[in-house]
Design a protein around this ligand. Structure first.
Ligand code: 13P
Ligand code: SF4
Length: 303
C-alpha cells in the first residue's frame, strides 16, 4: 500500500474541498481514500447530499454520471475513461422508443446501470437494492425493464406486474453458474449463499439471500451463520472480509475489469489535473434527474 500516494490524495482532497465516493467493487487500496463507500443507491444518496465542490467517483461511468445529474453545478471527475460498464451501453435510445410504441401503457424502468440518455427517457430509475419496490410503486400494470434481463426476471418473480425485459446482461454475473454454487455448497456445507440479482435465475434459486452489494453486507452481519458463499464480483468479498473479520466468505471468482481500472495513481492524477470531468447535455440532465429523484423518493420510504 503506497502511504505516500494516500497522503498526497488526502491533502489534495482537503485543499480542493473534494470527496471521493467509492463503490464496493473497487480495489481495497482505493477504500483507503474513500469518504464514502457503498452500493449504487447509497452512492447516489451520498452524491445528492454532499456539500463538497468536487466529487471524484471511483466506480464506473454510469455511477459518475448519476452523481453529475444530481449535482450539475459541481465538478464530477472519473479517474479513468476506461471504467465503462458494458451493460450500461446495451440500450439504444431508438430501440427503447420503438419498444415503448409496442407497449404504450407501460412504464419504462431503467436500472441505474444505463447511460444518462436512457435515464432521460425513463419514468423512473432503480438499483438492485430497490428494483422490486420501484416497480411495485408504479400505477402501470406493464413495465419495460432495461437493461438487465436477469434483474428483470428476478423482479418478475416478486411482482404481479407484467415485466417486459430487455436482453442486456452483466458479463461478470452471467459467468456465475449454478454448478459453481453447488460445488461451493458441497465444499462448505455450513455456508449460506448470498447472490446479486444480476445473476441468472438458476443461481438465484440456490441463494439464501438475494441483494445489492451493500445489502450483502447487512445480511452477512445480521445472519447468525458464520460462513457465506458470495455470488458477485470478487471485490465485494474483500469488503466483507474487512468489515466482518470474524466470519468466513468464499468467493466465486469473477472480475469486473472496468471496476478495477481505477488505481491510487489515477485518483491522484485526477485530483491534480481535474480529469476526467463528466460532461452531459443540460436537457438530458434535467430529464434524467426526474427519473433518479423519483427513485430516491421510493428509496426514502424503504429506509
Ligand atoms: P450494486 O448497486 O448492488 O452495488 O451493484 C452495482 C453493480 O454494478 C453490480 O454489478
Ligand atoms: Fe457493469 Fe457488471 Fe461491472 Fe457492474 S459488475 S459495473 S454491471 S459490468
Amino acid at each position: 500500500m503506497n502511504l505516500n500516494l494516500i497522503n498526497k490524495i488526502n491533502e489534495l482532497k482537503t485543499e480542493k474541498n473534494a470527496v471521493i465516493l467509492v463503490h464496493n467493487y473497487q480495489r481495497p487500496e482505493i477504500y483507503k481514500v474513500a469518504d464514502f463507500m457503498g452500493d449504487s443507491i447509497e452512492l447516489c444518496k451520498a452524491a445528492a447530499k454532499t456539500d463538497a465542490d468536487m466529487i471524484v467517483f471511483c466506480g464506473v461511468d454510469f455511477m459518475a454520471e448519476s452523481a453529475k445529474i444530481l449535482n450539475p453545478e459541481k465538478k464530477v471527475l472519473i479517474p479513468t475513461r476506461q471504467a465503462e460498464c458494458p451493460m450500461a451501453g446495451m440500450v439504444r435510445k431508438k430501440d427503447l422508443l420503438d419498444l415503448k410504441k409496442e407497449y404504450p401503457e407501460a412504464a419504462i424502468v431503467s436500472y441505474v446501470n444505463t447511460r444518462a440518455e436512457t435515464k432521460a427517457i425513463s419514468d423512473i430509475c432503480c438499483t438492485s437494492a430497490n428494483a422490486v419496490e420501484v416497480v411495485n410503486s408504479l400505477p402501470n400494470k406493464e413495465i419495460i425493464f432495461v437493461p438487465d434481463e436477469n434483474l428483470a426476471n428476478y423482479v418478475q418473480s416478486k411482482s404481479d406486474k407484467k415485466i417486459i425485459p430487455w436482453k442486456g446482461f452483466c458479463y461478470v454475473h452471467a459467468k456465475i453458474t449454478a454448478d459453481q454454487i453447488m460445488e461451493a455448497k458441497k465444499a462448505h456445507p455450513e455456508a449460506k449463499v448470498i447472490a446479486h440479482p444480476e445473476c441468472k435465475m438458476d443461481v438465484l434459486k440456490l441463494a439464501d439471500h438475494v441483494g445489492s452489494t451493500s445489502q450483502m453486507l447487512t445480511v452477512a452481519k445480521k445472519d447468525e451463520v458464520r460462513e457465506f458463499i458470495i455470488a458477485t464480483e470478487h471485490g465485494m468479498v474483500e469488503r466483507l472480509r474487512l468489515e466482518i473479520p470474524d466470519k468466513k466468505f468464499y468467493m466465486i471468482v469473477t472480475t469486473c475489469i472496468q471496476m478495477k481500472e481505477n488505481t491510487l495513481e489515477k485518483v491522484l492524477k485526477s485530483l491534480q489535473e481535474e480529469i476526467h470531468p463528466v460532461k452531459l447535455d443540460e436537457e438530458i440532465i434535467r430529464k434524467a434527474r426526474k427519473a433518479l429523484e423519483k427513485m430516491l423518493e421510493v428509496s426514502k420510504k424503504m429506509d
